[in-house]
Design a protein around this ligand. Structure first.
Ligand code: BEZ
Length: 214
């Protein structure tokens, strides 16, 4: 196991899931992927997290993102638990949950942090782009459920900044002003790329309306 860092290729694997055996890269195809681990089935926070992911499925689909969850619980446990999630969270889990009982994926992605728990996966998040490059990682403890709207916000930022020479400031939400990356200095290029204009707060801090919004 090596530490996975931003810019690395997401390791490929084959593992069982609630949607059958999954060969990860093939399954991902040309979509973005949200790969996220949870500590254990039949636990309260995890139940709300998977329910929330299912409730946001239209938002993930709009961004061409395929969610896939993972814990080290076996497939039969996932199957029973999904019924609980659907019933208690009033939703339909429509994404795969990897059954990583042999810890293939947990090891590859360093999802077990032994000083936190020797057996359960922590709450790891990997956002992976269509070229299989890891673009975002973060890790939460078992006691803290993640904010899935924040995950959507990060994906919005990644997709926007991949196609425009901008970056997104603190607490940015889709539609807010953005900042121009420092590498764009040529006045002709600035005029062409930012026809709505921009405000120079400091030479390194230039604010412009979000380019892909009318
Ligand atoms: C939970 O998902 O609720 C949970 C899982 C492991 C430890 C603590 C909470």
């Amino acid at each position: 196991m090596t530490t996975l860092r931003l810019g690395d290729i997401a390791p490929d694997f084959t593992q069982d899931s609630t949607a059958g055996k999954i060969s990860f890269h093939e399954w991902a195809g040309d979509a973005w992927v949200l790969l996220f681990s949870h500590p254990a089935d039949f636990t309260p926070v995890c139940t709300t997290e998977l329910g929330k992911t299912a409730a946001l499925s239209a938002e993930f689909a709009k961004r061409k993102v395929k969610p896939i969850a993972i814990s080290v619980d076996p497939l039969d446990a996932h199957g029973t638990w999904v019924k609980d999630i659907n019933e208690t969270q009033n939703t339909t889990v429509n994404f795969p949950i990897l059954a990583d009982a042999d810890k293939t994926v947990a090891s590859l992605y360093d999802m077990i942090h032994p000083n936190a728990s020797t057996t359960a996966t922590v709450r790891s998040v990997f956002i992976i782009d269509p070229k299989k490059v890891i673009r975002t990682t973060f890790t939460y403890p078992a006691s803290t459920g993640r904010n899935f709207n924040e995950i959507l916000r990060v994906i919005d930022s990644l997709q926007l900044t991949d196609s425009h020479k901008v970056a997104t400031p603190a607490d940015w939400q889709d539609g807010d002003d953005v900042v121009i990356v420092p590498s764009v200095q040529d006045p002709a290029e600035l005029a062409e790329r930012f026809p709505k204009g921009f405000k120079v707060v400091r030479p390194y801090l230039r604010v412009t309306p979000q380019p892909n919004k009318s």
